[in-house]
Design a protein around this ligand. Sequence first.
Ligand code: PGA
Length: 249
Amino acid sequence: MRKNIVAGNWKMNNNLQEGLDLAKELQKVLNGKKVNCDVVICTPFIHLSTIAQVITTIGLGAQNCADKVSGAYTGEVSAAMIASTGAKYVILGHSERRSYYGENNAGLKEKVILALSNHLTPIFCVGEVLAERNAGKQNEVVETQIRESLFHFSAEDFKKIVLAYEPVWAIGTGVTATSDQAQEMHAFIRKLIVDQYGATVANEISILYGGSCNASNAKELFTNPDVDGGLIGGASLSVDKFLPIVEAF
Ligand code: PGA
């Protein structure tokens, strides 16, 4: 069966020392604790190789990768470079990348291909903005994002991807999707996968919820049959806030 995953998305927070301290503290509290999910932290690039040395049970990921293999692309970081640090995951298609850095479905398709070819697990984000939800277009938007970036993969490759539904209006706003809204969208996404790849594949894909997920709403969200964990922004920046989300499973 599919895995439950709680992944922290640190975004552009914490200098190297602060990040290292946070990773060490989190690993320390998790040591000897039995948790019912995989715990992942997705850090800025510069933290990866250092943090990789101090974590044992926590998975490590980046928050983006280049859409090119290597070469004269000043300022970019390739999937191969990320993998060489010991990281195993990469967040791709986060709405902040889509809206502030112009990422689109076609470019994201290339990034997912490169992530998979470097044995990184993409945590692929999809989600609608508020105007789209208000217009009742959320399913259409999410379907297009998934179809255009991911549905060209074979079932074997598609199974290696983790999806994250992050309604843009819920990210960093304190407004969480209701448990019903989350379940409804997650079930819709799983049905798309059933139609494309069949029920066996669909049942193996973890679909995380993200957007103002915190200690007080995580349990209710994670109880839904199609919500397999969370992608956590703000609440992943302290152990006190992150641990109860991990323990919500
Ligand atoms: P948030 O961010 O938990 O701070 O809303 C989630 C995300 O952007 O992944």
